[in-house]
Design a protein around this ligand. Structure first.
Ligand code: SF4
Length: 360
């Protein structure tokens, strides 16, 4: 017997009764909802809240965001990670101003025209803004659906996603599409947790197949993830008069558009000093004399662990001629460093430089 209508009714009633009071649930402004959806893509609610508030304070409208220099947008995003989201939001805002005269889309088809907006975000926004019955399946909703209907993740990821979407379409229907999308995500985030689901407080337990089977935590099953790669990187703190050289990464790719201390990967058989001299010659066309080591640190990105060595270096031959790994360069004073957006991995050396300056 099909209980879809009962499940939907229970989900909507539960969500209306118990949902968390989050800043983006107090607004119907499509721009603010778009910002929140993008921030929540790869980041948890707790971390997003202060960034969301600050971002809207700095860029209160889509026009303000479109007008802002990319550097300022990246600075506001600094620390939130996955910087492609910030670049896409900025590009998307410029597109909306140009193509839609600053009016935010409300339908899924319109949202999909905006650069950087994928099907999950477009579906979520369309369901909130116009009630369009489009399922928006994030990791939390995926887990709930997988357990409710016993959809197991096996070797074929594509088949699994297709089955999840099939059930999600059955769940997310008019007239409560927006609430149903939110309820599925909220249930996954607060009750149907990955390791220890709180089935005793679940509004849909009586229809849940994984609960009936007795082992809900087995669903959706393990996804085969690519292993974490490890790279060694060296970077230079090069001083000239009272200034330090910083370079900007190319706009696309990992950490695209962020500023950093110049350097690059240490190849097999190279010492950090040798790698630094080679990288600076290739990337900036300069020669340096290697000075004292400053700091060793490491940082984990999703599939990448970076071990970083920072060395002092003195410019012995210029001028700077940036290559393909560098989109801009500047000599900046210590106190100006905080105006630029840097990857998290560079923060430790900035702190060290600042401390050394204050204790001098
Ligand atoms: Fe998840 Fe348990 Fe609810 Fe099933 S009964 S949806 S496993 S919390």
């Amino acid at each position: 017997m099909c209980h879809d209508a009962d499940i939907r009714e229970a989900l909507v009633a539960w969500f209306q009764r118990t949902h968390r009071d989050l800043p983006w649930r107090r607004t119907s402004d499509p721009y603010a909802l778009w910002v929140s959806e993008v921030m929540l893509q790869q980041t948890g609610v707790k971390s997003v809240i202060p960034y969301y508030r600050e971002f809207l304070r700095r860029f209160p409208t889509v026009r303000a965001l479109a007008r802002a220099p990319l550097d300022e947008v990246l600075k506001a995003w600094e620390g939130l990670g996955y910087y492609a989201r910030a670049r896409n939001l900025h590009k998307g805002a410029q597109f909306i101003v140009r193509r839609f005269r600053g009016t935010l889309p409300t339908t899924c088809d319109e949202w999909l025209q905006v650069p950087g907006v994928g099907p999950v975000t477009a579906s979520a926004l369309a369901s909130y803004l116009s009630g369009e019955p489009r399922p928006a399946v994030d990791g939390n909703a995926r887990r709930v659906i997988s357990r409710l209907f016993r959809v197991r993740q096996r070797s074929s990821q594509r088949l699994f996603e297709r089955n999840i979407l099939k059930f999600a379409k059955r769940m997310v229907v008019a007239p409560n599409a927006g609430t149903l999308n939110q309820a599925l995500m909220e249930l996954g985030a607060t009750v149907c947790k990955p390791r220890a689901p709180l089935c005793a407080s679940c509004p849909v337990s009586r229809w849940c197949k994984a609960f009936a089977e007795g082992h809900p935590e087995k669903y959706p099953g393990r996804r085969v993830r690519p292993g974490v790669q490890s790279v060694r990187v060296v970077a230079a703190v090069i001083r000239r008069n009272a200034k330090i050289l910083i370079t900007r990464r190319p706009p696309e790719g990992l950490l695209g558009g962020l500023w950093e201390f110049p350097g690059g990967k240490i190849e097999a058989g190279e010492s950090p000093g040798q790698a630094l001299q080679r990288e600076l010659r290739e990337e900036l066309g300069i020669q340096v004399r290697i000075g004292k080591p400053l700091l060793e640190t490491s940082h984990r990105y999703t599939h990448l662990k970076v071990h970083l060595t920072f060395l002092e270096a003195v410019l012995v031959k210029g001028p700077i001629k940036p290559g393909r790994g560098c989109s801009a360069w500047r000599w900046v004073r210590h106190e100006e460093l905080k105006r630029f957006a840097f990857p998290a991995a560079d923060k430790a050396v900035i702190r060290l430089l600042t401390q050394a300056r204050h204790t001098r």
